[in-house]
Ligand binder design. Structure first.
Ligand code: SF4
Ligand code: SF4
Length: 363
């Protein structure tokens, strides 16, 4: 696998023509030389929640679609439903979200993969956490794939990029449950007021309340729906288990591309680098200034390069970042002090998903 990571600067939004820059970046990768006429090309992105304004815009993807069409191949947009109860938790709502954001204007098929339990394929990987992983069939069956990721922080992985978007985003509902169960939340005995609010928030009837609330971990799927509306913040994310979750997601990424390793291109968007996932509803100020857009065939290298580029920047004092503002300091550790984000790159390198070493080429 090559370790080139291409970077195109996008530092001044008022002057930069982002779609044009993405076209230049895409042409530099020569992805069209890796695909054939009539190939089905999955474009894996995120159609995102209604409130979000920093998502990957349809116009950013348009030049890629036009180039693929020139090769007479067939691109389709795709993502899978979320576990948490947001706008994308079932296919109808997910299609509505995509429509709201203008993705249907791109006039290519838009497939919410794993719409039914049958749309799942088990891929043998024989790794430490999973022997097999459960991948959305429509994505796995594509001839080639482009994974386009908006780089942000994340409450469970610290940093979220290509590995997370591939590993979590190509997993079926059953696959996501396998991953999330490894980092299911817990309840603080001191903070819980036994108010019963969380009982109705749980889709799996996993919570009972007596003098305090209890989670039945045989039933809990780790969706984290219960966390946000607890009046005393008594339900906590289990960050101690984040390494196990990162291992699971990284193994899933390995399985999702197992049949097209050299035909998967990753594009990381380092604009509006928010402290937390775009799925969250609160307003977020970016943790550093815009950097640019990266592309690579190596998911580990592109994430390591993205992480390093972000950390080199001066941190934004007017953001959720409370520590490590100085250049070269770890911004994701400054956000999520209990999480070692780079673990996902180390583990991706160890299991052969890609290599951490990269050759950054500015274009
Ligand atoms: S919502 Fe929070 S405070 Fe209320 S019972 Fe559940 S855990 Fe306890
Ligand atoms: S207890 Fe588990 S299944 Fe229920 S809402 Fe919380 S995380 Fe989801």
């Amino acid at each position: 696998m090559t370790n080139e990571v291409y970077l195109i600067d996008v530092t001044n939004k008022s002057e930069d023509n982002i779609p044009q820059k993405i076209q230049t970046l895409y042409e530099t990768t020569q992805f069209n030389d890796r695909i054939q006429k009539n190939d089905n090309i999955a474009i894996k992105t995120q159609f995102i929640e209604s409130h979000d304004t920093t998502y990957i815009k349809p116009e950013y993807i348009e030049p890629i679609i036009e180039s693929i069409k020139e090769k007479e191949a067939s691109p389709f947009l795709t993502d899978t439903n979320t576990l948490f109860n947001g706008k994308r938790s079932n296919t109808d709502k997910h299609l509505e979200a995509a429509n709201e954001k203008g993705f249907f204007d791109l006039n290519i098929p838009l497939i919410i993969a794993n719409n039914t339990p049958a749309d799942e394929i088990e891929v043998k990987i024989s790794k430490a956490v999973f022997d097999k992983v459960k991948v959305a069939k429509e994505i796995y069956d594509s001839d080639a794939m482009i994974v386009i990721s908006h780089i942000t922080g994340h409450t469970l992985t610290g940093y979220s990029g290509a590995i997370k978007n591939t590993g979590s985003g190509c997993a079926t509902r059953n696959g996501k449950i396998e991953q999330h169960k490894l980092a299911a939340p817990f309840i603080s005995r001191i903070a819980c007021l036994a108010c019963n609010v969380c009982i109705d928030l749980c889709p799996e009837e996993a919570i009972t309340v007596d003098s305090i609330a209890h989670i039945d971990y045989d039933k809990c799927i780790g969706c984290n729906n219960c966390i946000s509306d607890c009046p005393t913040d008594a339900i906590k994310l289990n960050k101690i288990k984040s390494e196990e979750y990162m291992k699971a997601v990284t193994e899933y990424a390995y399985g999702a591309i197992e049949n097209k390793k050299d035909k998967t291109l990753y594009i990381n968007i380092l604009l509006n680098i928010n402290p937390d996932s775009d799925c969250n509803s609160y307003d977020q100020n970016p943790i550093v200034d815009d950097i640019g857009i990266l592309a690579s065939y190596n998911p580990v290298a592109i994430d390591q390069a993205s992480y390093d580029l972000i950390n080199k920047q001066e941190g934004n004092e007017n953001s959720m970042l409370k520590n490590n503002h100085d250049p070269e300091k770890d911004k994701f550790k400054g956000l999520w002090r209990n999480i070692d984000s780079y673990f996902q790159f180390d583990y991706g390198d160890e299991i052969g998903l890609g290599s951490k070493k990269y050759n950054l080429i500015k274009i």
